[in-house]
Design a binder for this molecule. Structure first.
Ligand SMILES: [Zn+2]
Length: 169
């Protein structure tokens, strides 16, 4: 969290870059990158999308629910409703920027890494972890039903914490 610049500072900084330095300033600027990324995905970079995108993508690959992102937005003083957070997450997912994970019937998790990979899911704590690349090999798949093809394979390995180790009497 400490490496994340204050959101309002970043959003307000763009106006103060002198015209001549714009190109230099833009290179490597995470906010400009985000704006380009939204545009490339066909989404208008509104302030709300930029704010939520900044929170979502500014901290590497991770997995979160709408409620988790909403809490972060409140802490960062981003004025959004939970409904807006839901809508934005679904728009980002449809645009291919996020991947929705089918882990838990009651809650949707979103992955900021949209490429295909597998997960550990710690059910009791609602925690999602990426499986290491070498974690699993799926080398035998059933034939897809007539007229269909397999679009992807996602493996979820469900975990639970080990119970307390029995003490010797
Ligand atoms: Zn993941």
């Amino acid at each position: 969290m400490s490496n994340l610049l204050p959101l309002q500072a970043v959003l307000n900084a763009r106006a103060s870059v002198p015209a001549g330095d714009a190109a230099a300033g833009r290179r490597g600027c995470p906010l400009s990158d985000l704006r380009d990324r939204l545009r490339r995905a066909g989404l208008r970079p509104t302030r709300q999308r930029l704010s939520l995108g900044w929170l979502l993508f500014g901290r590497g690959d991770r997995h979160l629910t709408a409620e988790m992102l909403y809490d972060e937005a409140m802490r960062a003083k981003v004025p959004v409703s939970l409904a807006t957070v839901y809508n934005t997450l679904h728009q980002f997912t449809e645009a291919g920027l996020l991947r929705q994970l089918a882990l838990d019937g009651s809650k949707a998790y979103f992955d900021t890494n949209p490429s295909e990979h597998h997960h550990f899911f710690l059910e009791d704590e609602g925690q999602v972890l990426d499986m290491p690349d070498c974690g699993i090999t799926v080398d035998s798949l059933p034939e897809a039903p007539e007229g269909m093809e397999i679009a992807g394979v996602e493996v979820i390995v469900r975990l639970r914490r080990r119970g307390p180790v029995a003490r010797k009497a």
